[in-house]
Design a protein around this ligand. Structure first.
Ligand code: MN
Length: 422
């Protein structure tokens, strides 16, 4: 007999599906969370069923439990652990554990792809085109490679998974993959359902985009939004939409959890989550809402008003305009970026010199991080430009009138009145 303990997400359930196809009646599959796996393994070890191999996938045990597993194996017990999480690499010192973060250079592994490879090598499973495609979709989804490669089938598989109970999904997939040897496909009903789901998700994301607030927590500039569904997708869309944010925190007060996502390589959200007793991957991590996390992510920023998106339909105020680019924020501050020299981009804050940068991107990042500003619409831009034009016109007219003395004094408007008496 086999006893499989695996994770509750698509990758974990992918392992359950492969196990059932490989071992049929000879396997029990149980789904566990990261938080309960140690307890479950300990319980198994206290009263191990006879002639049963324990297979743990997509989850890892603590150092303490690993020692107990090792004793059990030394006394003749059969245990296999397959995982791909960075944080589990320490388990590789044990013979029964195989933790592989990537299959080869640039190909990240998932638990499902590791188990698939393992079962094929041990001749416990016969490969087929449908199985290979299914395993690859799970891997693409779990490693988030689908997004970069834009393989939407992988995301759709996860949407389908999320729309039903684990048992229903498992049952459907086991029977489909057992019988189907050619391409893996969704059926007609699933296709139609997924299209409806996609429309709904799109509307949800648009709504959430309008609720995003921005603040600094420690050194990082964070975007915070309350959300309880489509977390990965939402985190990813918001991260790309607002690349000046170091990471996105998705707060679910109902489940008392915060998910953290980043699109940047210079940020490791698992490190940030660990400040609040959480953990995960460099680009996707989470923690529970501890007292400290509650202060930082809920209480302190609660009064902030949401960020606005950059104006989309502009003809004049856009990021490559030679006449400068205008931003505004919730405090009616105006921020103007213009190019002065070859590598000299000036930021003006309410018409006062603020800072100079070597590229437009750096100047804009500053404006967005420090002032929480967005690209104004054309009407604001045109109002600003014409006001500036009139201002300089008046100065120039005055220059003509008082040119003999003008250059000896400050170019500030208020000092002109003094000049009149010269
Ligand atoms: Mn996984």
């Amino acid at each position: 007999m086999y006893h499989v303990m695996t994770h509750t997400d698509l990758d974990g359930v992918g392992c359950g599906i492969l196990s059932k196809i490989a071992f049929g009646e000879k396997v029990h599959v149980r789904y566990h969370s990261v938080g309960s796996i140690n307890r479950q393994v300990e319980r198994f070890l206290q009263k191990p069923p006879k002639n049963t191999t324990l297979i743990i996938t997509d989850l890892s045990v603590s150092e303490e439990v690993a020692k107990k597993v090792d004793d059990y194996v030394k006394n003749g017990g059969q245990v296999i652990l397959l995982d791909h999480h960075q944080s589990a690499l320490f388990l590789n010192e044990y013979k029964w554990a195989t933790v592989v973060a990537s299959h080869s250079e640039g190909v990240s592994s998932a638990a499902t792809s590791l188990l698939f490879k393992y079962l094929i090598e041990k001749s416990q499973l016969e490969s087929s085109k449908a199985l290979e495609e299914f395993v690859e979709l799970v891997r693409l989804y779990d490693t988030w490679e689908w997004d970069q490669k834009q393989i939407l089938e992988a995301k759709r598989l996860n949407d389908l998974f999320f729309s039903q109970s684990i048992d229903d999904f498992e049952e459907t997939m086991v029977s489909r993959l057992k019988n189907k040897k050619d391409s893996f496909q969704f059926d007609e009903f699933e296709e139609r359902f997924l299209n409806v789901e996609e429309d709904r998700t799109e509307r949800y994301i648009i709504r959430k985009k309008r609720e995003l607030i921005q603040t600094f927590i420690n050194e990082e500039c964070v975007g915070i939004v309350y959300a309880e569904q489509n977390l990965s997708e939402l985190g990813n869309v918001l991260g790309k939409e607002f690349p000046h944010l170091d990471y996105i925190a998705l707060v679910n007060v109902g489940s008392r959890r915060i998910s953290m996502r980043t699109i940047h390589d210079y940020i490791d959200v698992s490190e940030i989550a660990s400040r609040y007793e959480g953990g995960g991957h460099p680009k996707a991590a989470g923690c529970i809402i501890t007292e400290d996390a509650f202060k930082c992510f809920v209480e302190n920023p609660f009064h902030l008003e949401p960020l606005k998106e950059d104006a989309q339909q502009n003809r004049y105020n856009h990021k490559s305009s030679l006449n400068g680019t205008l931003y505004e924020n919730r405090h009616d501050d105006l921020l103007f970026i213009y190019q002065k020299g070859k590598e000299e981009w000036v930021v003006e804050y309410n018409q006062q010199l603020d800072e100079v940068f070597t590229s437009f991107e750096l100047a804009e990042r500053h404006v967005k991080r420090v002032y929480a500003a967005w690209l104004t619409r054309d009407d604001v831009y045109i109002g600003y430009i014409s006001q500036q034009l009139m201002y300089y016109k008046i100065i120039n007219d005055e220059m003509d009138l008082y040119s003999p003395t003008f250059f000896e004094v400050d170019i500030k408007p208020e000092s002109h009145h003094n000049n009149i008496h010269h």
